[in-house]
Design a protein around this ligand. Structure first.
Ligand code: KG4
Ligand code: ZN
Length: 344
């Protein structure tokens, strides 16, 4: 397969509402990164409709791969290996990418790499920061997951804790929805919160005791809904910016406190943020301040690499290939795949 630095990895991602493909040379040199989003299609339903997502992926997957190859100026026979998200995500959506990747790997007679989407989010940071090396603590905050991970090496992770119920992004989306804001709610709350008072309403912060790396956001979500209902019943005017800012502050405080505790426990010198919620401006600001005060390094991916993309999948796949972690053509979608301890 030639030297690892010359290896061309084709990445494919279709776990939710983005059809994406990317070409990566070696572990860090991104040659193309194509994302075809379905957000406008799902917006009128207030969330992702799984059946529609699968159908759109089927229509989009080959044109997106073709465009990724074209922009990279790489021909299909030059591809060394194919990396694809096989979970977690919507089963019908995942199956489209997995089927396309298996067909290409078989036709080209190259290795196939099944990638955990959440690990992919962490690896997006290696593309934004070419000098970043493990070990570090990763705070993964996406639409479906919230977790703290000790990244010991490229293929050695330990899950420190995750959410017991809702993910941070899910809470953002649900709160936005009841406030009448369009899907996806995270960026809307982020924008609205900038105009509000974060101390206007005292929403609850769950599981804040030391040494506990589990998260819970469903109580906070219910507290916001109850607050909105109560104000409505009392015919009181609600300041949406204040609700957004107070809710956002409650989420960020918990994320920051637990990330800090994880930094203390591991003694590591770098904190890495990953997942769609990593593009939240107030979260980034809070963690950066904390990192400056406590003198540790803080990384978060550029906005295009924060949300779902195939570049991060190709990157994760590349490092799996270095450890010989290939998948066979029997690879299947695993919708409930979580983050688990990985000992290379
Ligand atoms: O990682 P991602 O693209 O998809 C999953 O793997 O889930 O994350 C999507 C989530 C959505 O819940 C979206 O509302 C949230 O990331 N998000 C944000 C922001 N941008 C995206 N949440 C808060 N603030 C943002 N600026
Ligand atoms: Zn994601």
């Amino acid at each position: 397969m030639g030297s690892p630095e010359d290896r061309l990895t084709l990445g494919i991602e279709s776990s939710c509402d983005e059809t994406a493909a990317a070409v990566l040379r070696g572990g860090r040199e991104l040659l193309s990164n194509i994302v075809s989003t379905q957000i406008p299609v799902h917006q009128k339903f207030g969330g992702v409709v799984p059946e529609i997502a699968s159908r759109r992926h089927i229509v989009n997957v080959m044109p997106v791969i073709d465009e990724a190859l074209r922009q990279a100026s790489v021909r299909l026979p030059e591809i060394s290996q194919v990396a694809v998200t096989y979970g977690p995500g919507l089963v019908g959506a995942l199956l489209v990418g997995v089927a396309a990747a298996k067909a290409l790997a078989f036709a080209l007679d190259v290795p196939l790499l099944g990638v955990n989407h959440l690990e992919g989010h962490i690896f997006a940071n290696f593309l934004s920061f070419p000098d970043l090396r493990p070990p570090f603590v990763a705070l993964v905050v996406s639409g479906g997951h919230t977790a703290l991970v000790r990244v010991v090496d490229y293929n050695r992770f330990q899950l420190m804790g995750q959410t017991r119920d809702d993910a941070a992004g899910e809470a953002f989306d649900k709160v936005a929805r009841v406030m009448g804001l369009p899907y996806p709610g995270g960026p809307q709350i982020d924008r609205l919160a900038a105009e509000g008072n974060p101390d206007a309403i005292d929403f609850p912060r769950a599981l804040l005791e030391n040494g506990n790396y589990e998260f819970s956001f469903s109580g906070l979500k219910s507290a916001v809904l109850n607050y909105l209902n109560e104000q409505k019943m009392k015919r009181r005017e609600v300041s949406k910016p204040d609700v957004a800012a107070s809710f956002q502050k409650a989420v960020i405080e918990v994320l920051a406190a637990k990330a800090l505790e994880a930094m203390r426990e591991t003694g590591y010198s770098a904190l890495v943020l990953a997942g769609g919620v990593a593009s939240n401006s107030a979260l980034e600001c809070r963690l950066r301040k904390m990192a400056d005060e406590r003198r540790f390094a803080f990384y978060y991916p550029s906005p295009v690499l924060c949300t779902d993309n195939a570049a991060m999948i190709a990157c994760r796949g590349y490092y799996q290939s270095l450890a010989g972690h290939f998948s066979g053509l029997r690879l299947n979608a695993v919708p409930g795949l979580g983050l688990s301890n990985l000992e290379a």
